[in-house]
Design a protein around this ligand. Structure first.
Ligand SMILES: [Zn+2]
Length: 353
């Protein structure tokens, strides 16, 4: 590699995994206030699949999504160069790029809801993500990485774990002693949800999966009862296991029919938190069930800076430990997408440039 080029995975058109091309591209420029980071690990997510297929729309009022594009919500690595104005970081520092950097000044940031910042450009969505040997970021968009956490684990935390933290604890108000149902429990976010529900004091954790072979592994991770949604009546089984009541909290990672199924598994005054639409964006719900059972439905979008700092600290102290299914070289990004699409995985697929 010459000093002016790097390897990256980019897509110039939407389509099947083959559109992900491993190419030589110029090194990113380091603008005022920016830091150049050598990426040591990134990870693949359902978000990347949606973008690659052309299934995402830009946020309201924002420009169309860019093409050619470089996916990757997450990036962990080392600082290799800093602009003269940057004092927070120096070459050699281990860092993680924030998955939801925020401006700090807009109406939402001022209310402490920086996960909803209206003046940000999100990596892997509105600007180039981590599928490359190098990325440039403003110093305010980087967090210092704990020394004891390897890069492969760091590349799984800020998107999957911080989002799920906000989902379960902030939005879902998880309290010790509650029963929790997790849909798509073997996904990256699903495995994060198992750990965070356990950490939050859940009494029993139920999980849905469409693959019976994953049942034993999910149980070893802390799931009490694995429910195969392809066989049997999941809401009836959940009631049977909870003395007829249902669960306090559903963490819903699919959308479509699974959202409606999750609602049917709630006890009265229960909470459902939704973060996904790949199983279907439009859903029919039973309003009678909603009000008669005093249910609450929440959306959850990404995470705050505080959430992201918190999961780094929790990982450094061993309270959470990202589940990694495979580590692949970056050149095999298309294969990583195929594994996610075939749903063979339990946990995250990490890519190493
Ligand atoms: Zn803002």
């Amino acid at each position: 590699m010459s000093t002016r080029t790097m390897k990256a995975v980019r897509l110039s058109e939407y389509g099947q995994p083959e559109v992900l091309q491993y190419v030589d591209v110029p090194l990113p420029e380091v603008a005022t206030g920016e830091v150049l980071v050598r990426v040591r690990a990134t990870s693949a997510s359902y978000w990347d699949l949606l973008y690659r297929r052309g299934g995402l729309t830009p946020p309201p009022g924002r420009p169309p999504l860019p093409l050619p594009f470089q996916l990757g919500r997450e990036a962990a690595g080392e600082v290799v160069a800093v602009d003269t104005g940057v004092s927070r970081f120096k070459p050699g520092d281990r860092v993680v790029a924030m998955t939801c950097p925020a401006c700090g000044n807009c109406e939402y940031c001022m209310r402490g809801l920086d996960n909803l910042c209206v003046d940000t450009t999100l990596p892997g969505y509105q600007r180039f993500g981590g599928y490359a040997q190098y990325v440039s970021r403003r110093d305010s968009e980087l967090l210092r990485a704990p020394d004891e956490v390897p890069f492969e684990k760091l590349a799984c935390l800020l998107w999957s774990y911080a989002t799920v933290w906000r989902m379960a604890i902030t939005r879902g108000s998880l309290r010790p002693g509650q029963d929790v149902l997790i849909t798509a429990a073997s996904s990256g976010m699903g495995t994060a949800a198992i750990q965070i529900a356990r950490l939050g004091g859940a009494r029993r954790i139920f999980a849905t999966t469409g693959s019976a072979e994953k049942s034993d592994q999910l149980k070893r991770m802390g799931v009490d009862e694995v429910l195969d949604y392809r066989e049997g009546n999941v809401p009836a089984r959940v009631r049977e296991l909870t003395n007829g009541a249902g669960v306090d909290l559903v963490l819903e990672f699919v959308g479509g029919d699974m959202f409606a199924l999750g609602m049917q598994c709630l006890r009265m005054a229960g909470n459902l938190v939704s973060v996904a639409q790949h199983g279907g964006r439009m859903v029919t719900i039973d309003l009678g069930l909603l009000y008669r059972s005093d249910l609450t439905i929440h959306g959850a979008r990404a995470s705050t800076r505080r959430d992201q700092e918190l999961v780094l600290a929790l990982c450094a102290s061993g309270k959470i430990d990202p589940v990694i299914h495979r580590v692949l070289p970056l050149r095999d990004a298309a294969e990583a997408h195929r594994i996610l699409e075939r749903q063979e995985h339990i946990g995250k697929i990490v890519l190493v440039p």
